[in-house]
Design a protein around this ligand. Structure first.
Ligand SMILES: Nc1nc2c(c(=O)[nH]1)N[C@H]1C(S)=C(S)[C@@H](COP(=O)(O)OP(=O)(O)OC[C@H]3O[C@@H](n4cnc5c(=O)[nH]c(N)nc54)[C@H](O)[C@@H]3O)O[C@H]1N2
Ligand SMILES: Nc1nc2c(c(=O)[nH]1)N[C@H]1C(S)=C(S)[C@@H](COP(=O)(O)OP(=O)(O)OC[C@H]3O[C@@H](n4cnc5c(=O)[nH]c(N)nc54)[C@H](O)[C@@H]3O)O[C@H]1N2
Ligand code: SF4
Ligand SMILES: [Mo]
Length: 710
């Protein structure tokens, strides 16, 4: 009935002379279903309509989603390769660009060794491209230096889930389950702005009485609708989670049967949690004891609860610990592996999930196989047709790769689908590194701040000009459809990788005619790994509203719920983490007395290179600002709209003050979607989590003053 209604609604949207091609949004990990409207005569993209039948968004789209199509025919598109000559970009042919790349790559490798080349990838690409970028670096360029922007995004969740649950799948349940849950515990997630179409699932749940707990230093639009808002001091998440654990244990909310059968480490955890009384926890976190008690009661009493977190808890020096201490809560309540309950990290980028499974990370091979495992190397080498001795070993993480330019380890870089000159921490250090590179190639469809540093810019296609698959926040593998032919002379990334590999004399390993050929190779390469895609085909995805991995064979229906019977750890049990809280990498001092945190607004996406070009989004939010509490503003004699100068140990910048009670009075928040002098990342700390190597974007010490000039 509901579906009939939705189908008829979708039908009514169809216009004469236009085709409607189903696909998914180019932006966040919700991967909302949408139809792209194409003018039949010109073949041009003219608009967008939601897909009412798609289970995850059911017709809803956010402001970025409804304008996503405007990227495709945008006048700023790069249509031909660009070569920098005398400091200016000049259009060139593909042949000229490839000639130069081949010559420089070969020269640099001959002079400094194979590993002097590096590849920096991104997960707005399809699974096919994310898989191939790994093979391109390791087989095409024969370098170990490969990493990607997901290192800044979800690596702490990945690290935490691997250690606690034995595998890194972002969600343990499908999203529509949420409306049947009794309690949502959201930590460090501004869902209403960053995964807006998720909010309706919470509302549906709340219509039936479900409760919402939000842990965030700001009273975000998400926190505003919460039953309890835990307004913690940035960087204190594991203490907060331990404080709630203390109460779950003390007040009899532990599911001892589940713990006994399925979980290791309860006694150690109990010992650590003992000291985290509400008062002690409050002292560290700044959250009132009553709120901690209320949250513990709500969460403890819920029969079907979900703990969900996002970058607020992950982008910290102790991001992995944070993820694990929040996961502890779901484990002791016996919630994981069941309907409408469990644990999830909200996937950031469109293909943040799939893009980290198939060997784009410096230490991983397809299917989550490890580069340090000789059997894994043997298996993947066979699929790739190389000798295992030719497989480069593990490289270093994204930020470390950029930093290593200063040490002469990395001499040239190919950046694909990322804009690290905006998105990296401690930008002054990154900018000088990019300047030092002997040769930089950037593949993008819009000229980014990173591309401005490049010697050669290659025009890639947008998501609408090629087909492929992505894996959404649920772990559901879905199909992205080709909407139109590539604009100008732009080419899909997989074709660019294959052509450069061919120039490097490795063309025999890159014989593909279409994305599906690559997907079929990925299926084989992932076969038997934890993220097993072998049983997934394009046809199966289209027939079934996507397929959840793992899916080991063609008859297998896919796995919407993971960990139902056991965890993929050596003993089949999950591992609790007992850990003391530690201060963030940088704490407030007399010199730098306030806390700086950074994040997002609903109207912009990541480095902003895509959304800063969309008029509607720019009208809504043209520039960054510093959000601060009236009490902080009065400490510095700042009025709303004044220009303030913020300074950290790295650098300083000027932005407008936005005064609001919706933030702690010791914390300043700046959205990071702008570059150059407007980049929040000039200020952030490049301190890394020891396990995930993720930078601490969410906490550093800052001082501010009212600025006299602009
Ligand atoms: N509109 C929009 N949507 C997006 C994106 C975008 O750029 N714009 N990007 C996508 C991507 S790639 C990602 S990764 C996700 C990110 O989605 P989110 O993680 O939800 O977004 P952020 O704004 O980075 O951070 C979330 C919240 O963490 C809070 N926070 C800061 N410090 C702490 C802390 O120490 N502890 C806790 N508990 N919270 C803290 C911030 O106040 C903020 O409200 O969004 C995806 N969706
Ligand atoms: N201070 C601070 N910094 C942060 C964060 C934070 O919260 N605070 N969050 C971090 C997070 S979670 C993330 S995900 C990163 C993101 O950081 P980036 O990866 O640098 O951000 P994007 O804007 O997604 O950059 C993608 C680029 O690739 C292009 N592009 C998009 N799709 C394709 C494609 O298919 N092919 C090619 N070749 N190009 C494509 C876009 O035009 C854009 O220029 O930023 C991180 N940095
Ligand atoms: S919620 Fe995410 S996937 Fe959905 S329309 Fe918005 S940006 Fe696109
Ligand atoms: Mo992200």
């Amino acid at each position: 009935m509901a579906l009939d209604y939705m189908a008829s609604k979708a039908k009514n949207l169809h216009r004469e002379g236009e085709s409607f091609i189903p696909t998914h949004c180019s932006y966040c990990g919700m991967q909302c279903g949408m139809n792209i409207r194409v003018d039949d005569k010109s073949g041009k993209v003219v608009g967008i309509e939601p897909r009412y039948e798609w289970p995850v968004n059911q017709g809803r789209l956010c402001p970025k989603g409804v304008t996503a199509y405007q990227q495709v025919e945008h006048p700023d598109r790069i249509l031909r390769p660009l070569i920098k000559k005398n400091g200016k970009f000049v259009e060139s042919s593909w042949k000229e660009a490839y000639d130069l790349i081949e010559r420089k790559f070969k020269e640099i490798q001959a002079k400094y060794g194979k590993d002097a080349l590096s590849v920096y990838g991104g997960v707005s690409m399809t699974n096919e491209k994310c898989y191939l970028v790994g093979k391109y670096a390791r087989v095409g360029l024969q370098t170990k230096h490969l990493d990607y922007n997901g290192r800044y995004c979800m690596s702490s969740a990945a690290g935490g889930f691997n250690l606690s649950l034995g595998m890194d799948r972002g969600s343990t349940f499908p999203w529509p389950d949420l409306m049947h849950s009794d309690c949502f515990f959201l930590a460090g997630s501004n869902t209403a702005e960053c995964h807006p179409t998720s909010i309706t699932w919470f509302w549906r749940g709340r219509d039936k009485g479900a409760k919402l707990i939000v842990a965030d230093p700001r009273e975000t639009p998400t926190a505003r609708i919460a039953d309890v808002h835990l307004d913690l001091r940035p960087g204190t998440d594991s203490a907060l989670a331990n404080g709630i654990m203390h109460l779950l244990i003390k007040e009899g909310y532990v599911d001892y049967e589940y713990v006994e059968q399925r979980v290791n480490g309860f006694e150690e955890l109990k010992q650590v949690a003992e000291q985290f009384t509400p008062e002690y926890t409050s002292k560290i976190t700044g959250v009132a004891p009553e709120k901690i008690i209320k949250a513990a009661h709500i969460y403890g009493q819920a029969q079907k609860s979900v703990v969900m977190f996002c970058r607020g808890v992950e982008q910290q020096r102790k991001g992995v610990d944070n993820v694990r201490t929040y996961t502890n809560l779901a484990l002791v309540r016996g919630q994981i592996g069941k309907f409408a309950s469990g644990v999830a990290t909200l996937t950031g980028q469109g293909n943040g999930q799939g893009g980290r499974e198939h060997g784009q990370k410096s230490d991983l091979l397809p299917g989550y196989r490890k580069l340090t495992d000789p059997e894994a190397v043997k298996y993947v080498s066979k699929v790739w047709g190389i000798d295992p001795s030719e497989m480069p070993g593990p490289g270093v993480s994204a930020y470390e790769m950029l930093d290593s330019i200063h040490h002469g380890t990395v001499r040239a870089m190919h950046v694909v689908c990322s804009n690290p000159a905006v998105s990296s921490p401690n930008l002054p250090n990154v900018w000088s590194a990019l300047e030092k590179l002997e040769f930089l190639v950037v593949s993008d469809f819009f000229l980014s701040e990173t591309a401005e540093f490049a010697d050669v810019v290659l025009p890639a296609t947008t998501w609408a000009e090629d087909e492929g698959t992505t894996t959404n926040t649920e772990g559901r593998v879905i199909k992205i459809n080709k909407i139109r032919e590539p604009l100008g002379e732009s080419k899909p990334d997989w074709q660019i990788f294959s052509e450069i590999a061919d120039r490097m004399g490795r063309g025999q390993h890159f014989q593909y005619e279409k994305s599906e050929d690559i997907f079929n190779e990925l299926r084989l390469a992932s076969k038997g790994g934890k993220a097993d895609y072998y049983g997934i085909t394009y046809e199966k995805i289209e027939k079934n509203e996507g397929v959840f991995w793992p899916c080991p064979d063609l008859e297998h229906p896919g796995t919407p719920y993971v960990y139902q019977d056991s965890f993929p750890t050596p003993d089949g049990k999950a591992n609790l983490l007992a850990v003391e809280w530690q201060e963030p990498g940088e704490v407030q001092s007399k010199e730098f007395p306030e806390i700086l945190t950074t994040g997002r607004v609903v109207f912009h996406y990541l480095s902003g290179n895509q959304t800063r070009r969309i008029d509607f989004l720019m009208e809504q939010c043209p520039e960054p600002y510093a959000e601060m509490h009236p009490e902080m503003a009065s400490r510095y004699n700042v009025q709303d709209g004044d220009i303030v100068e913020l300074e950290t140990r790295r650098s300083k910048m000027k932005v407008k003050a936005r005064i609001t009670k919706a933030i702690r009075n010791d914390t300043v928040f700046i959205p990071y979607h702008w570059g150059k002098e407007l980049a929040a990342n000039q200020l952030t700390n490049d301190c890394l989590d020891p396990i995930s190597r993720m930078p601490e974007f969410k906490v550093c010490a800052v001082r501010l003053r009212k600025s006299q000039g602009v």
